[in-house]
Design a protein around this ligand. Structure first.
Ligand code: PXG
Length: 293
């Protein structure tokens, strides 16, 4: 069934939802986005996603003409209009229509697009067997470029890294920072388990401050597991006992190989399984209700 897309204040049919060619989101990748999941009629971690949208926008001097409350309401409205209970929201804010030329001065008003759709899930086999990960030559940009914390509409760096990983036989690509330390994967954060201790690189090493990553810190407390932020190298991953990746789309997913070396026994680990189970329980039992309460 054709979707209803929220576009600058109205819900329009998918086929009518067209971006003008002079939108700077298209011309320059000038804009920001969020990817959000909803489960059984509740949107998972909605305020956190909206806060991150505001942070990304602030960093690129894109003033949002909507309040947090309005954005939340528009997201819920879009999900309701599509009669969905489980799925995925892609929210984009572009700089808006302007003239040719880099300067955003010509863009009078940002545009917001909200898509609510079914999610194409990772196959269950990826969770059962675990992912093979390959290190990408493409690095995460440094903090001296556009901050890697900005979830901008220019994802080409990550797209190319993903392609590289796929061509090298990886289901995900490991991205290092310019110093050669582990940052994250192309669309997921990374965690390792060694001797019962869970570690992930600090966000200052170049990974996105993932919402799912944050949930792992909460679940670690709940599972009574120690978790630390540590700068990591590929060696740390290769010699870990377990490894898992986290992201809105993948949720919590085991990684079992790095650059053709098995991680631990080369099978999903027991602590990873506990995190997967705890995460799935949490998404089922929390979130902002789509229809109010
Ligand atoms: N790193 C990067 C580079 C990401 O883009 C994550 C980590 C995980 O963050 P969250 O907050 O999701 O735990 C992301 C998230 C998509 C899509 O449609 C991309 C993401 C999330 C959901 C959908 O490509 N990226």
């Amino acid at each position: 069934m054709a979707l209803k897309i929220w576009y600058d204040g109205s819900l329009v049919d998918e086929a009518e939802a067209r971006v003008p060619v002079f939108d700077h989101g298209l011309l320059y990748g000038d804009g920001v986005f969020e990817g959000i999941r909803f489960y059984s009629g509740r949107v998972f971690r909605l305020p956190e996603h909206v806060d991150r949208l505001f942070a990304s926008s602030k960093a690129i001097l894109l003033e949002l003409p909507w309040s947090r409350k309005e954005i939340i309401e528009h997201i819920l409205e879009t999900i309701r209009a599509n009669n969905l209970q489980d799925g995925y929201v892609r929210l984009l804010v572009t700089r808006g229509v302007g003239t040719l030329g880099l300067s955003p001065e010509s863009c009078k008003r940002p545009s917001m697009i909200i898509i609510a759709a079914d999610i194409r899930l990772y196959p269950q086999s990826d969770y059962d067997v675990g992912l093979k990960v390959v290190t990408c030559v493409t690095r995460r940009p440094s903090h001296s470029s556009l901050s890697p914390q900005v979830k901008s509409l220019n994802y080409l760096n990550n797209v190319m890294a993903k392609v590289e990983a796929a061509r090298a036989g990886g289901r995900e690509g490991l991205m290092l920072n310019e110093q050669g330390y582990v940052a994250e994967c192309t669309g997921d954060n990374i965690f390792i388990v060694k001797n019962g201790l869970v570690c992930t690189p600090p966000v200052s090493d170049g990974g996105l401050d993932g919402i799912t990553r944050g949930v792992i810190f909460e679940l670690a407390k709940q599972l009574d597991v120690t978790i630390r932020e540590r700068t990591m190298t590929r060696f740390d991953i290769m010699t870990a006992h377990e490894c898992f990746l986290t992201g809105t789309a993948a949720e919590v997913i085991p990684a079992v190989e790095l650059d053709h070396r098995p991680i631990g026994e080369g099978v999903p680990g027991p602590l990873t399984a506990r995190f997967i189970e705890a995460y799935r329980a949490l998404v089922r039992n929390s979130g902002t209700p789509i229809n109010g309460e």
